[in-house]
Design a protein around this ligand. Structure first.
Ligand code: SF4
Length: 245
């Protein structure tokens, strides 16, 4: 573990958030399985990091009931029924036993920073159930809040909508970033950057565990990083991101 990850884990502990280090995908999945008892129900906040790790498959194989509002449309289900099905799942995930998701950024002093369109993912991180688990790749660590918000606004959000709408030809979101990959702080009715959250300490009624994984996971980079590393993060993201909603 490098000095930065060690410092982040200490910073989380000081905020009464339990932090764990995982050196690879196997260690991360083992830790998730240790924290989630067999037979329990887990709500998922959409997270490419979890899919990259194979965490959802591992949970299902173990007999955990996984509620994932971003699961693909079941064959034969019409669009309206799928929309209602996802809406039900979103509500169930918030008030279930355990919530499992990723984060957009984690500051070196232990603050979790996120953006959400609907709000269920960020709300699930801190309310509605006794335990939340957040999985974080090393690429999500940022210096401070300024870098966290800059990264979210300039890299994560616009790239997310551009990749889904234009590169992968999923649902076209009517926002400037979906066509250009650049944020214009839009006022579109389909704006995705509606709710920003900062978790500064353990939520009073929820245990919050963070698994810090020594891998690049999900979407997020500093533009000064080598082009090859950024391209790898981007390509991996494209393999796992949901494009239906
Ligand atoms: S504010 Fe609008 S343009 Fe900027 S990233 Fe969010 S949705 Fe895209």
């Amino acid at each position: 573990m490098d000095d930065v990850m060690e410092a982040v884990l200490s910073a989380l502990q000081a905020r009464h958030i339990r932090g764990f280090y995982a050196g690879d995908a196997g260690a991360a999945c083992r830790r998730i399985l240790e924290l989630i008892p067999k037979g329990s129900t887990v709500g998922i906040g959409d997270s490419v990091s979890l899919k990259q790790l194979g965490a959802l498959d591992a949970l299902v194989a173990r007999g955990v009931r996984v509620l994932d509002p971003f699961e693909p449309k079941p064959e034969g289900m019409d669009a309206e029924d799928y929309r209602k099905h996802r809406e039900r799942l979103r509500k169930e995930t918030i008030t279930g036993e355990i919530f499992l998701t990723g984060t957009n950024a984690l500051t070196r002093d232990g603050r979790l920073v996120n953006v959400d369109a609907t709000g269920n993912r960020v709300a699930g991180m801190f309310w509605g159930h006794p335990l939340s688990i957040v999985v974080v790749g090393r690429n999500k660590i940022v210096r401070d809040l300024e870098e966290a918000f800059g990264r979210i606004r300039q890299v994560i959000a616009p790239t997310h909508f551009y990749v889904r709408s234009t590169e992968l030809r999923g649902r076209i979101r009517k926002t400037p970033c979906a066509a250009t990959g650049e944020c214009q702080d839009c006022r579109s009715a389909e704006r995705g950057c509606n709710i920003f959250s900062i978790i500064e300490g353990k939520p009073s009624q929820t245990e919050l565990h963070v698994i810090l994984v020594d891998l690049d996971l999900g979407l997020g980079w500093d533009p000064s990083w080598p082009a090859g590393r950024i391209a790898q993060i981007r390509e991996a993201y494209k393999r796992y991101v949901s494009i239906q909603a």
